[in-house]
Design a protein around this ligand. Structure first.
Ligand code: MG
Ligand code: MG
Length: 253
């Protein structure tokens, strides 16, 4: 069942999303060679608590073998999603996906962005641009009366044009009182199919785009997903609300 939110509930999610975007900005301002993913996670954790929010991902059980042990998912280079922050030091030319979930006043928001560390190769620059644009194209199609498949097809069309790999194991999702709700929002599919979008729906659109193969595997930690060929992967995600006039992005400052 798809749970529609009231204006008042969407206002709570907007505040949760603002806190999320601020925490991401504070972490991104510290990105440089030599900083560890654990240090970045500490910045995010503190930023959320300072706003009276809690990290949705900390101790999240999901499908993992054990609860997720940190407050953010930080995924470097070939890591697609669900990287566990720790001792890994960033280097010039790396990319890092910062994925944050925020719980505040009964509602979650979820958003990710992939950043370059210093100068990255031209093909990685293109990967980041196309992945970000595919999110934008998906959001453009999200409006009352459209279908989930319209969003999926717009994302897929843009990524396919550059022959990058679209991750299929993981998809976007409804969000609200639960971190993961219906509907599923795949990054591939056919226009005109899937659930119809209605005012009050809130969901995450989150293309995961690989430079090489779309195939992924899970590392021995049971959480971190990596590209099967070890090539870089980018992830961009926003939580949006369907309004009278289109889709409002909630995960912005
Ligand atoms: Mg996320
Ligand atoms: Mg998500």
């Amino acid at each position: 069942m798809i749970i529609l939110k009231t204006q008042a509930e969407i206002a709570l999610m907007r505040e949760s999303g603002r806190i999320l975007a601020k925490a991401r900005r504070l972490a991104s301002e510290q990105l440089r060679p030599g900083i560890t993913t654990g240090e970045l996670d500490d910045i995010i954790h503190s930023a959320l608590l300072a706003e009276g929010a809690t990290p949705s991902f900390l101790n999240y059980q999901g499908s993992g073998p054990s609860p997720f042990p940190k407050s953010s998912c930080l995924s470097v280079n070939e890591e697609v999603v669900h990287g566990i922050p720790g001792n890994r030091k960033l280097k010039e030319g790396d990319i890092i996906g910062i994925d944050i979930g925020v719980y505040k006043d009964g509602f979650h928001t979820d958003s990710a962005w992939t950043f370059p560390i210093g100068e990255v190769s031209d093909e990685v620059k293109l990967l980041l641009r196309v992945a970000r644009e595919s999110l934008e194209k998906g959001i453009e199609r999200a409006r009352a009366g459209a279908r989930i498949g319209d969003v999926s097809a717009a994302i897929q069309k843009h990524i396919d044009a550059y022959k990058f790999g679209i991750v299929r194991e993981l998809v976007g999702h409804g969000i609200g009182r639960s971190l993961h709700e219906e509907p599923s929002v795949p990054n591939f599919g056919r226009a005109g199919t899937g659930p119809k979008l209605k005012e009050g729906m809130t969901f995450c659109i989150e293309p995961m785009v690989n430079l090489g193969t779309w195939k992924v595997k899970t590392k021995s930690d049971g959480w971190t997903m990596v590209s099967a060929d070890g090539r870089p992967s980018a992830h961009f995600e926003h939580t949006v609300a369907i309004t009278k006039s289109g889709a409002e992005i909630l995960t912005v400052e």
